[in-house]
Design a protein around this ligand. Structure first.
Ligand code: NAD
Length: 362
């Protein structure tokens, strides 16, 4: 029997509540698919800080390195808002991204037909939205040198950040873009600002070169300002989008609005030898501990784990189908309740419904 080791890092707040449900769904998959998952938990974020004095517990990085995939919850909360910069809960996540070289962030955005009215945008705009934003995560403006603020004697100042990419960095994220597009509708939009930025000119040159190895994928180059408009005007024109760090940060949050609720959005961070899967949302201190958080983003992250780290495509499809069916039946957590028919369910009940549907598919 194939055995996979999964590092589970629930973190803080609702991270713990939703990760529990994602693990239960994976357990149902294991039973049905005849594979074994060995789950090993480690502390990260505020929970790690409280217990070990560090935002990533000793041994957690090693555990992740030795696993086939990482299931992550969320980190942070008001309790740790005033701790020193290096101790902050999100440093635990940033350390993992850096140490594991997770340079590609994948965020699928699907507007589920039965949740169309949960989006603030018009039905005619969002209906049918099914896209993937791939953001380069470890280069560009957020990391480039030189950076800093210079203060002058006359009271003035000058600040600098550097947008820098090497052809190697562009090439590897472009490959991720084409590989992902190949598993979807085989359309890739590469987003840049090549009419102004030298970095974007190199970006376009390298992406065009990489495209030659993927003749089955249709590539288009889109300027970032056009892309920002098109995402809220005609999002269905996109299938897979690949872009650099800063543009991706902004566009992926913009695209998130199309799905209706933060509780519906999964993500994957890929690159090095092990992928990390987490809901896009944070720890939601306003609802933590109440058992009402929507576990679907975490469960769909587990589906991505099955697809991208374990190549268990059919099982990933089953989990996604289960989510769709449970929503079709009218079950809703509070965050998406306005578009539901029946009574609102809690985190655990939503997990139960999805687990039962997954079980029934084997
Ligand atoms: P948040 O995503 O935690 O919450 C924003 C709003 O969405 C809240 O009203 C919350 O109740 C709601 N929400 C989020 N997820 C939900 C779910 N699954 N079900 C139902 N409702 C949900 O963002 P925030 O309030 O800006 O941040 C709270 C804390 O989380 C902060 O400490 C922040 O630093 C941290 N955070 C962590 C991550 C991460 O770990 N990757 C990401 C974002 C924020």
């Amino acid at each position: 029997m194939a055995t996979y080791r999964i590092a589970v890092l629930p973190g803080d707040g609702i991270g713990q509540e939703v990760t529990r449900e994602a693990v239960r769904v994976l357990e149902a998959v294991a039973k049905g698919a005849g594979v074994a998952f060995e789950f090993e938990e480690a502390l990260v974020g505020g929970a790690a800080l409280d217990a070990t004095g560090r935002p990533l517990a000793p041994g957690a990085l090693e555990l992740c390195r030795q696993s086939h995939a990482i299931l992550f919850g969320a980190v942070g909360g008001p309790k740790w808002d005033d701790v020193a910069h290096e101790q902050r809960p999100e440093r635990g996540l940033l350390a993992l991204r850096k140490e594991l070289d997770l340079y590609a962030n994948l965020r699928p955005v699907t507007c589920f037909p039965m949740l169309v009215d949960a989006s603030p945008l018009k039905r005619s705009v969002v209906e049918g939205t099914d896209l993937m934003v791939i953001r380069e995560l470890t280069g560009g403006l957020y990391f480039g040198e030189p950076r800093g603020v210079e203060r002058f004697a006359d009271g003035g100042a000058r600040a600098i950040n550097t947008m820098v990419y090497t052809s190697r960095e562009i090439e590897r994220i472009a490959r991720t873009g084409f590989e992902v597009a190949r598993r979807r509708k085989k359309r890739l939009a590469s987003v840049d600002k090549a009419n102004v930025l030298a970095v974007s000119q190199l970006w376009r040159e390298v992406v065009t070169r990489v495209a030659k190895a993927y003749p089955d994928v249709a590539l288009e180059h889109v300027l970032v300002d056009n892309c920002a408009m098109a995402l809220v005007h005609r999002p269905t024109q996109f299938d897979t989008i690949v872009t650099e760090n800063t543009f991706g940060d902004i566009l992926s949050d913009e695209a998130a609005i199309l799905a209706g609720s933060m509780g519906m959005l999964p993500s994957a961070s890929l690159g090095g030898s092990v992928g990390l899967y987490e809901p896009v949302h944070g720890t939601a201190p306003d609802i933590a501990g109440k058992g009402i958080a929507n576990p679907i983003a975490a469960i769909l992250s587990a589906a991505m784990l099955l697809r991208y780290s374990l190549s268990l495509e059919k099982d990933a499809d089953r989990v996604e189908r289960a989510v769709l069916r449970v929503l079709e039946q009218g079950h809703r957590t509070a965050d998406i309740a306005s578009s539901g028919k029946g009574a609102t369910v809690g985190t655990r009940e939503m997990g139960d419904l999805i687990v039962r549907d997954v079980e029934a598919q084997y």
